[in-house]
Design a protein around this ligand. Structure first.
Ligand code: 13P
Ligand code: SF4
Length: 348
């Protein structure tokens, strides 16, 4: 994640003016997000939304955003939104010249692995992930020495360097499938110990795990969930598999961010809580006004580094372009492609 002096100097510009033309051009977006963005904030966001959407067309760029991005990004400047698997798939299918990834660094790196010839931008290089930071390629090599012949499955929440040491990647939406696809009795599953625990409970394959954790999901507690049930007898609890095991046990449904959104869309519960990053509920509430979202708020500080002014600066200056060491591109790409290939076969 090193920065050149040129990149380091790029700062988002000062606030843009909220003109009558901007108000008119962005009115439809405001109508969409009015339930989750106070009117007083709109003059701050709207000029950036107008400028980003215009520049995106000019540059033949697409904006891909993770479900944890804030509503003014998620609903107002994106071409595709989704979970980690969805973003990887969409990155692969895009025919734009430039991909701007609104999410964290490993997501942009994955998009670059799948599109080596394209410019892939992330608007803040410091948007990291506690899981990706928990393990290095050297750690994986040591694990392989310790468990000879045991295949390595890595969560996509890892660096390209770790992916290059990996047999096959997985995301929260296909982890069990990926583990079982290898047809072996034991796998090394990296780096999330809670996701590993969840997967171990769904399969007979024995799992060797690592001690990585998501700093957002590890903070939820089962006591908090029980309190929510006491306060709202009809509440449906949806949890991400990066949560601790006792939290998972208290939940009514466990799935990736997009699986949680799918649950709300299919079942339309009267009241729901999403035990995951805070912005998800805002984004989903926009789509389902009839559902009451209870919103405990754990923010991902890395996801929140991405802002509209930074996205505009990124498109203007074409920074920060993701680069990956030439010697790890091919093996890292292979581990992501194996996962995508498995998914393609499962969907066929
Ligand atoms: P999803 O793939 O479920 O969107 O998860 C990504 C992530 O970073 C969750 O914390
Ligand atoms: Fe990483 Fe957790 Fe943030 Fe997702 S929410 S990017 S796993 S720190």
């Amino acid at each position: 994640m090193s920065m050149t002096p040129h990149e380091a100097a790029i700062e988002p510009q000062a606030d843009l003016p909220y003109t009558a033309a901007v108000a008119r051009d962005t009115a439809a977006y405001y109508e969409r997000v009015a339930r989750v963005i106070p009117e007083i904030e709109w003059p701050v966001h709207a000029p950036y939304i107008a400028a980003i959407n215009a520049l995106k067309r000019e540059r033949n760029a697409v904006i891909l955003a993770h479900n944890y991005q804030t509503p003014e990004i998620f609903h107002c400047v994106t071409d595709f939104v989704g979970d980690s698997l969805g973003l990887a798939r969409q990155a692969m299918e895009s025919d734009a010249d430039i991909i701007v990834l609104c999410g964290v660094h490993f997501m942009a790196e994955t998009a670059k692995l799948l599109n080596p010839e394209k410019t892939v931008l992330i608007s803040d290089l410091e948007a990291g992930c506690s899981l990706a930071a928990s393990i290095t390629g050297a750690d994986v090599r040591l694990l392989r020495e310790r468990y000879p012949g045991t295949p390595v499955v890595s969560y996509v929440n890892t660096s390209a360097e770790v992916k290059a040491e990996t047999d096959i990647c997985c995301t929260s939406s296909n982890a069990v499938e990926v583990v079982e696809s290898l047809g072996v009795e034991r796998v090394i599953f990296l780096p999330d110990e809670f996701l590993a625990h969840y997967v171990a409970g769904q399969t007979d394959v024995s799992i060797v795990s690592w001690k990585g954790r998501c700093e957002v999901h590890e903070r939820f507690t089962a006591a908090e969930l029980r309190e929510l049930r006491q306060g709202h007898s009809d509440i449906v609890i949806l949890a991400h598999p990066e949560c601790p095991p006792d939290v998972i046990e208290e939940a009514d449904f466990v799935g990736s961010t997009s699986a949680m959104i799918g649950y709300v869309g299919d079942k339309r519960p009267a009241r729901v809580v999403m035990i995951t990053e805070c912005s998800m509920s805002d984004n989903v509430a926009v789509e389902f006004p009839e559902v009451d979202f209870v919103r405990p708020c754990n923010l991902c500080p890395h996801m929140k580094r991405i802002t509209l002014p930074k996205i505009l600066a990124s498109l203007q200056t074409l920074t920060h372009a993701i680069t990956i060491d030439a010697d790890i591109v091919a093996p890292a790409r292979r581990s992501v492609e194996r996962m995508l290939e498995l998914n393609r076969r499962a969907r066929a």
